[in-house]
Design a protein around this ligand. Structure first.
Ligand SMILES: Nc1ncnc2c1ncn2[C@@H]1O[C@H](COP(=O)(O)OP(=O)(O)O)[C@@H](O)[C@H]1O
Ligand SMILES: [Mg+2]
Length: 296
C-alpha cells in the first residue's frame, strides 16, 4: 500500500508537532551522541524581502550518512543548500524563521567563508569550476582555509579518486562535463570538510557517467567518513547511494523515509522513478490530484 509503510512520515501537515515530539523523546545526555551532524529546523527563506521560498522546512543529516533531498525543478532544493552554506546572502536571500544547527552550533546568519571553516563545503549546481585555471589550481582553491602542509598529498588523493583528472593537465574549461563535475567534487574534498552539500551532480551527465560519479561519491563517503547532503532531480541515482531521503515540493518537505522505503513507495515510483523519457510530463499531469489525495 502506498504511503503506509511504518517508518514513513508525512510532514506536510504537522512539521512543528513532529519537531517537538522528536526533541521530547531525546534524553538529555544521549542527545550529544545521537544528535544529527546537521539539523535544519523549520526554516523559512525569503528572497529580496518579499519572495517566500522555503515555508517551514526541516531535515536532519546523521553524522557519516548520505541523505538525498529530492524534488522537481523550482521546489527549493538549491535554496535549502544555500541557506545552510550561507550563500543565500550573495543572492539577497535570508533565513527569516527557524534555525540551522551544525555540529551542535547554530549557524544561520554566519558568513559563507566562516561556514566553510566550520566544515561545510557546497558543490554548486552547474559545477562552477574556474575555466581558465588548471585542475591543480582549481583544487588548491578548495584548500583556501588550510594552513597545514598536506595540501599536495590531498591533491594526490583527489587524483586517486578521479584518475582521469590527472591526465588532463590543460585548462579546466576544456574538461568534459563529467570531468568538471569530478573536479568540483575534488575541490570540495580539498577543504577537508565534515560535510559536503552537492547540488545536482548528475546534471548534464550521461547515464554511464552518472553511475561512475555516484559510485565515487559513495566511496568518498565510506573511505573518508564525509557526511553528504545530496540534492537531486535524479531520484533513482540519489537513492542508490543515500540511506535516507526527503522529498520536497513548493518549499516544504512532503515525504521522507529510508531510501528503500522511498524506492518502494508508489507515489515516488510514479513521480520520480518513472520511465526517464516521459517522467516530467506524467509528474506534471498527476501531481496536484495525487498530492491532494495522498499527501495532504
Ligand atoms: N535569487 C533568487 N531571487 C528570487 N527568487 C529566487 C532566487 N533563487 C531562487 N528563487 C526562486 O525560488 C524558488 C526555488 O528555487 P530553487 O531553490 O533554485 O529550486 P530548485 O533548486 O529545487 O530547482 C523558485 O521559484 C525560484 O524562482
Ligand atoms: Mg536547483
Amino acid at each position: 500500500m502506498p504511503g503506509t509503510s511504518p517508518g514513513m512520515t508525512n510532514l506536510a501537515n504537522d512539521t512543528t508537532q513532529m519537531t517537538q515530539t522528536a526533541e521530547a523523546d531525546r534524553a538529555p545526555n544521549a542527545a550529544a551522541a545521537t544528535a544529527p551532524l546537521l539539523d535544519v529546523r523549520n526554516i523559512e527563506v525569503v528572497y529580496d524581502n518579499v519572495i517566500l521560498v522555503l515555508r517551514g522546512l526541516s531535515l536532519e543529516v546523521p553524522r557519516g550518512a548520505i541523505v538525498a533531498l529530492l524534488g522537481a525543478n523550482g521546489a527549493g532544493k538549491s535554496t535549502t543548500l544555500k541557506a545552510i552554506s550561507g550563500l543565500l546572502k550573495t543572492e539577497d536571500g535570508e533565513v527569516t524563521r527557524g534555525e540551522i544547527v551544525f555540529d551542535g552550533e547554530r549557524i544561520n546568519g554566519i558568513d559563507p567563508d566562516k561556514i566553510v571553516r566550520r566544515g561545510i563545503f557546497q558543490v554548486m549546481e552547474g559545477r562552477r569550476i574556474i575555466s581558465d585555471m588548471t585542475s591543480v589550481e582549481n583544487l588548491k582553491l578548495g584548500a583556501f582555509t588550510r594552513t597545514d602542509n598536506e595540501v599536495g598529498a590531498d591533491i594526490d588523493m583527489v587524483f586517486r579518486y578521479f584518475p582521469r583528472l590527472k591526465e588532463r593537465t590543460g585548462l579546466a574549461g576544456y574538461l568534459s562535463g563529467g570531468e568538471q563535475q569530478m573536479l568540483a567534487i575534488g575541490r570540495a574534498l580539498m577543504a577537508r570538510p565534515k560535510m559536503i552539500l552537492m547540488d545536482e551532480p548528475s546534471m548534464g551527465l550521461s547515464p554511464l557517467l552518472v553511475k561512475e560519479v555516484f559510485g565515487i561519491i559513495k566511496e568518498i563517503n565510506r573511505d573518508l567518513g564525509v557526511t553528504i547532503l545530496l540534492v537531486e532531480q535524479n531520484a533513482r541515482a540519489a537513492l542508490s547511494v543515500a540511506s535516507h531521503g526527503y522529498i520536497m515540493e513548493q518549499g516544504k518537505v512532503v515525504l521522507d523515509g529510508s531510501a528503500d522505503e522511498l524506492r518502494d513507495n508508489e507515489d515516488v515510483k510514479e513521480f520520480y522513478l518513472g520511465g526517464a523519457g516521459d517522467q516530467r510530463k506524467s509528474f506534471k499531469n498527476l501531481k496536484s490530484f495525487k498530492r491532494r489525495k495522498r499527501w495532504l
